[in-house]
Design a binder for this molecule. Structure first.
Ligand code: CIR
Length: 253
């Protein structure tokens, strides 16, 4: 049974961090409707969904992925790169402790879960504005205790997180937005390309053999279908406005 931890969209979500001020601005009611559809889809696919209450102090709190990284059934709590988001970890930790053991980052670094992607026994981690060398060192120390190796992937300017431009498919292949990262950063991994113009939709979420894909990106959807998987399109426009996508909205345990 997959468990999914989610967090409601905050009353202050319109103030969420964004690399570019959204135009039109975030529509809070629409964001909540999209979040509800996401939650219902996960449940319909058989996940046990737990949704935490939001906290108006944290506009970005629905993006729970950034607060913890699962390492073989243990949750490594992160130290998010954005200072305004550090306080989000507490409520997530309180919820996760009922399900799994918790570990903390034993370094003074910063690390966002959105920068972490596990394929097989390798954890790829983006070196970004949100994840630094010390954060990667802390991740490596924790991962090695679980027999996982860590490979750093430098991200180009403007790419918020590693998983802003790629995500894993159910069979371990990598869905990667063409022209964003060199495929040889993922040596030995088979890459399924998404056209550059649909880079946003390279962030997908796998629930079993089904792949959730952002609605409105036909080439990305086709790439996943051609790769052999069932797709569920979901509206994510209000999360895209805050640089968020499908994986960001849950921690799968
Ligand atoms: C932020 O800038 O932190 C949020 N507005 C978006 C975080 C998206 N999270 C993710 O990709 N894992």
């Amino acid at each position: 049974m997959i468990r999914a931890l989610l967090r409601e969209v905050s009353d202050t979500y319109a103030d969420a961090l964004s690399q570019t001020p959204p135009d039109p601005p975030i529509d809070l009611a629409r964001a909540r409707a999209q979040h509800a559809a996401y939650r219902e889809t996960l449940a319909a696919l058989g996940a046990e969904v737990v949704t935490l209450a939001s906290d108006a102090r944290f506009p970005d709190c629905c993006f729970v992925e950034d607060t913890a990284v699962m390492l073989d059934g243990v949750a490594l709590l992160t130290r998010p790169g954005a200072p305004s988001r550090r306080g989000e970890v507490e409520a997530v930790a309180a919820a996760l402790q009922h399900w799994v053991e918790l570990e903390t980052l034993d370094s003074p670094g910063i690390l966002d879960g959105g920068d972490c992607l596990q394929l097989g026994r390798t954890l790829y981690v983006g070196r970004s504005a949100r994840t630094d060398e010390a954060g990667i060192a802390g991740l490596r120390a924790a991962a090695s205790r679980h027999g996982l190796s860590v490979v750093g992937v430098p991200l180009p300017a403007g790419v918020l997180h590693l998983k802003s431009v790629c995500s894993g498919l159910p069979d371990g292949r990598l869905l990667l937005a063409h022209g964003t990262l060199p495929p040889d950063a993922f040596a030995g991994v088979t890459v399924v390309p998404v056209p550059h113009g649909e880079a946003y939709a390279a962030n997908t979420l796998c629930i079993g053999e089904t792949v959730l894909v952002s609605a409105g990106f036909p080439a990305a959807r086709q790439a996943v279908v051609d790769a052999g998987f069932a797709v569920r399109p979901l509206g994510t426009t209000e999360f895209q406005k805050a640089d968020g996508a499908l994986t960001c909205l849950s921690i799968l345990v």
